[in-house]
Design a protein around this ligand. Structure first.
Ligand SMILES: Cc1cc2nc3c(=O)[nH]c(=O)nc-3n(C[C@H](O)[C@H](O)[C@H](O)COP(=O)(O)OP(=O)(O)OC[C@H]3O[C@@H](n4cnc5c(N)ncnc54)[C@H](O)[C@@H]3O)c2cc1C
Length: 383
């Protein structure tokens, strides 16, 4: 049967859109360029199951509730109670309790018009302000989170520290497989290895990155700031390693997490999987970011170099979701509806949420837009 909704991209956003659209009675066709669905939520096969992008899933968020309603929640695990280390002022030590207390004591609301740094300096001393800015790196990936809108950074800080962070057991492909299976079970056609060269005719959701949607549509207004980050993934022999689960370098904006400590299925027995993000300022070379990462590992994991079994690194630009600068909020990002039949639902679109959740709420807003458009034009929609 001819589809009445085209979805381009089978990442988390496209798969969520496919499920919800099929539930509403639409005949859905999903085209995915890669050989497997998942996009940035793909996890490679063993031996080291290093997630490409997504790590944390937020069980206090709207997407988790959406998954729960459909019986689609994947098996998850909390961060283990192992040490969290912080490097601040050039010294590596345990996560300072004063930092958590200072964050908890901040006002409940922060202004969108002011930068995070300027706002923090009105509430805490300069050293604590820079430490909080360093914490905000973990979930904004920005090289200088102090420059971001205070409201944007503060809402995410609250969410990230509220205790809702979990990790998907087996890597995010576990969840991707559940979503793909449900979408096809509801009748959606999922075609992998199918790169769409131009915007399809008829109702469409472009569920790609914002940059790809810009290329497909030729619409240069499809742009919004995002971060630049160098990622380093490491498979290590574990013998004699230290006891930490994560290390945050607030001076150098690096975050390292030993995900195999939370989920041992991610690495072979006796091995560890560590995934590291290092902020990359505009123009900073990958080699220089990797040098900073190696320096942090030398301090936090003596002997790591001799234990390396697998190493992968990349610079990721515009891959970590939207960031809002002072004076802007998510409402100012590129609109989802681009005319009657075309919608663009990405993690840099005008939708609320944290990281991947933005794409997912964008998918729901896209379906709402298409439903309203077809109602106003009298087009037939089976609901
Ligand atoms: C290092 C890093 C860490 C992250 N950590 C987290 C985290 O901890 N928690 C979190 O929630 N989020 C995190 N994110 C963000 C998260 O990965 C993304 O927000 C989310 O995966 C985006 O999903 P998506 O479906 O919108 O886009 P994508 O995953 O990019 O999916 C788009 C799909 O479209 C396909 N495609 C592109 N062009 C075409 C075409 N022409 N034809 C057909 N198909 C096409 C692509 O192959 C891809 O599969 C992180 C990202 C990175 C890079």
């Amino acid at each position: 049967m001819k589809p009445d909704l085209h979805i381009v991209g089978a990442g988390l956003t496209g798969l969520t859109a496919a499920i919800e659209a099929a539930e509403r009675g639409r005949r859905v066709s999903v085209a995915e360029a890669h050989s497997r669905p998942g996009g940035r939520a793909r996890t490679p096969a063993a031996p080291y199951r290093a997630n490409l992008g997504t790590h944390a899933i937020y069980v206090d968020g709207p997407w988790w509730a959406w998954l729960e309603r459909r019986g689609l929640t994947p098996p998850i695990v909390e961060a283990p109670p192992h040490a969290s280390l912080v490097r601040a002022g050039g010294r590596l030590g345990p996560w300072p309790a004063e930092l958590s207390q200072a964050i908890a004591a901040l006002p409940a609301e922060a202004p969108a018009a002011e930068s995070l740094r300027a706002w923090l300096l009105r509430h805490v001393d300069a050293r604590t302000a820079e430490a909080i800015v360093g914490v905000v790196f973990i979930f904004t990936f920005d090289h200088d989170p102090g420059r971001l809108s205070a409201a944007f950074a503060h809402q995410r800080l609250r969410r990230a520290l509220a205790g809702g962070v979990r990790y998907v057991i087996g890597g995010w492909s576990t969840l991707v497989d559940l979503l793909a299976e449900r979408a096809t079970g509801l009748g959606a056609q999922l075609r992998t290895r199918t790169r769409v060269p131009a915007v399809p005719e008829g109702p469409t959701i472009l569920a790609t990155s914002l940059a790809t949607a810009r290329g497909l549509t030729g619409d240069r207004s499809l742009t919004w700031p995002s971060a630049r980050v160098t990622t380093v993934d490491l498979g290590l022999r574990a013998d004699g390693g230290p006891d930490w689960f994560r290390v945050l370098d607030v001076d150098d904006r690096i975050y390292a997490a030993r995900y195999s400590l939370a989920d041992p299925t991610l690495a072979p027995p006796g091995h560890e999987l560590i995934q590291i993000s290092a902020a990359c300022a505009p123009g900073e070379r990958k080699a220089d970011a990797e040098r900073r990462v190696r320096h942090l590992l030398d301090e936090s994991w003596p002997g790591w170099r001799a234990a390396v079994q697998w190493y992968r690194s990349a610079v990721r630009t515009d891959c970590t979701g939207a960031i809002d600068l002072p004076g802007t909020t998510w409402h100012d990002r590129p609109a989802i509806g681009r005319g009657n039949d075309l919608t663009v639902a990405t993690d840099q679109s005008a939708a609320p949420g944290l990281l991947a959740e933005v794409g997912i709420s964008a998918a729901q807003l896209a379906l709402q837009h298409l439903d309203e458009a077809s109602t106003s034009t009298g087009a037939h929609v089976r609901v």
